[in-house]
Design a protein around this ligand. Structure first.
Ligand code: AMP
Ligand code: GLY
Length: 429
């Protein structure tokens, strides 16, 4: 089989890495890919938003399966176009991708179908949004409706912060049209879990749980990013909790999309807050999480390709999904300054020392080759992943590996997975 993977980040590198292990696959292309991906796939010079060129390429090369990494092409309808040409493509169509494209849509869907989520109100009028915030008691959460690269959510400790968030979304339009509407919602307290599942619209096969670390600094401080690290499995995800999420959230959401005549096929990513009154939906994504994919795929034992094909053909009930019991931890190394402005072009050293190391994977995100060197070329630069017999072992290995890599200004969190490790109380005697 020939497979085309679309995208250029750490998520796509881990997808290519996993797909490359399939005995069904003879050739992988990646558009546009990155230097790490180019060791496993032929990278082609077409970007993820050039849908027509991608489609032409897939027809010309007789691609048997296309896997779309990021949300933007899905929201733009890449699946609809590929399907017209009878190309097999993994991901939801445009109608279903609205689940991530519009927080107003997804919140209303949740309310209409009685699926637990934070109480909320939507606004398309700037003054009304501000009046509403002034009538509420902080903390309060303000969200831009549309896609904003993980940066459109403001968890505000004060009303003043919330008013400023509305200003930047609706008045200064920092996210463009994605900010024509806002969702203002109650702030939930609890632990977050990302639950991803394959669904063909009828059958649902959940993946192992993972937890992202969204903010830039240790201790969950500072602004939100695309994700600074992740681990899997999440100890608080007990069988009992999983069954509750399946019954109250996962199955009802897939059915709700059917009832709205937006049947959903692909990976559904549910961001959950586990509150004292039960699990509640924070957000939906219509693709693998980044960096959640990196920890989930390093734990997946089954060949992913038959699962993706079965998702497309509606035969998920015919495949099995097995996991390694080992834990996985991913640390994102970012450019200094991210998620604000940062410089590119810093030389990365130490990559060779981690090649072919047991239990260690280095997935490239914002990197570029120049004069035989690998240099930084983005906010999130590298994802270092380690597997171990438990989270603590994986965490120790991952930080050892991270210490071997350096580039000017490199920033990473020192506390990835700390939350999941019960440390003995410190003796005070
Ligand atoms: P989202 O893109 O909606 O997942 O939001 C990004 C992050 O903001 C989430 O992972 C949470 O950490 C936080 N967040 C979003 N909504 C809420 C909420 N209602 N209460 C508390 N935190 C939230
Ligand atoms: N890690 C969060 C996301 O992929 O949206």
């Amino acid at each position: 089989m020939k497979v085309l993977v679309i995208g250029s980040g750490g998520r796509e590198h881990s997808l290519v890495w996993k797909i490359a292990q399939s005995p069904l696959v003879s050739k992988i292309f990646c558009a546009p890919g990155n230097p790490g991906i180019s060791e496993l796939a032929e990278c082609i010079n077409i970007t993820a938003d050039q849908t027509n060129l991608l489609c032409k390429f897939a027809v010309k090369e007789n691609i048997d399966l296309t896997v779309v990494g990021p949300e933007a092409p899905l929201v733009d309808g890449i699946v609809d176009i590929f399907s017209k040409y009878k190309l097999k493509v993994f991901g939801p169509d445009k109608k279903a991708a609205i689940l991530e494209d519009s927080k107003v849509f997804s919140k209303r869907l949740l309310r209409k179908h009685g699926i637990p989520t934070a109480d909320f109100k939507c606004f398309d009028n700037y003054q009304h949004a501000k009046q509403y915030v002034s009538s509420k008691v902080a903390p309060i959460v303000v969200k831009a409706d549309g896609l904003s690269k993980g940066k459109g959510v403001f968890v505000c400790k004060t009303n003043d912060e919330a008013l400023k968030a509305i200003d930047s979304i609706m008045k200064d339009k920092v996210f463009g049209n994605a900010g024509s509407q806002v969702v203002i919602e109650e702030c939930l307290i609890g632990e977050e879990i990302s639950l991803l599942a394959f669904t063909d619209g009828r059958n649902i096969v959940a993946m192992e749980s993972s937890q992202d670390h969204k903010t830039i600094f240790d201790g969950d401080q500072g602004p939100n990013t695309g994700g600074m690290g992740a681990y899997s499995p999440v100890p608080i995800m007990t069988d009992k909790l999983y069954l509750q999420i399946e019954k109250e959230i996962l199955v009802p959401t897939v059915h709700a999309m059917n009832r709205e005549e937006r049947p959903y096929k692909g990976v559904i990513y549910i961001g959950l807050m586990i509150t004292s009154s039960g699990p509640m939906v924070l957000e939906f994504n219509v693709r693998f999480g980044d960096p959640e994919a990196q920890v989930i795929l390093t734990r997946m034992k089954s060949d992913i390709v038959p699962i993706m094909l079965a998702t497309i053909t509606g035969e998920l009930d015919k495949v099995d999904l097995d996991w390694y019991s080992q834990a996985s931890v991913c640390v994102v190394m970012a450019s200094g300054g991210y998620p604000g402005s940062y410089d590119n072009g810093k030389q990365i050293t130490g990559l060779d020392s981690l090649k072919n190391q047991k239990d260690i994977s280095v997935f490239h995100a914002g990197t570029k080759s120049a004069d035989g060197k690998i240099i930084t070329n983005g906010g999130r630069v590298l994802n270092i992943v380690a597997c171990g017999e438990d989270i603590e072992a994986a965490q120790k290995k991952v930080y050892e590996a991270v210490s071997k890599i350096s580039f000017d200004g490199a920033h990473y969190r020192r506390d990835i997975a700390d939350k999941s490790i019960t440390k003995p109380p410190v003796s005070t005697t």
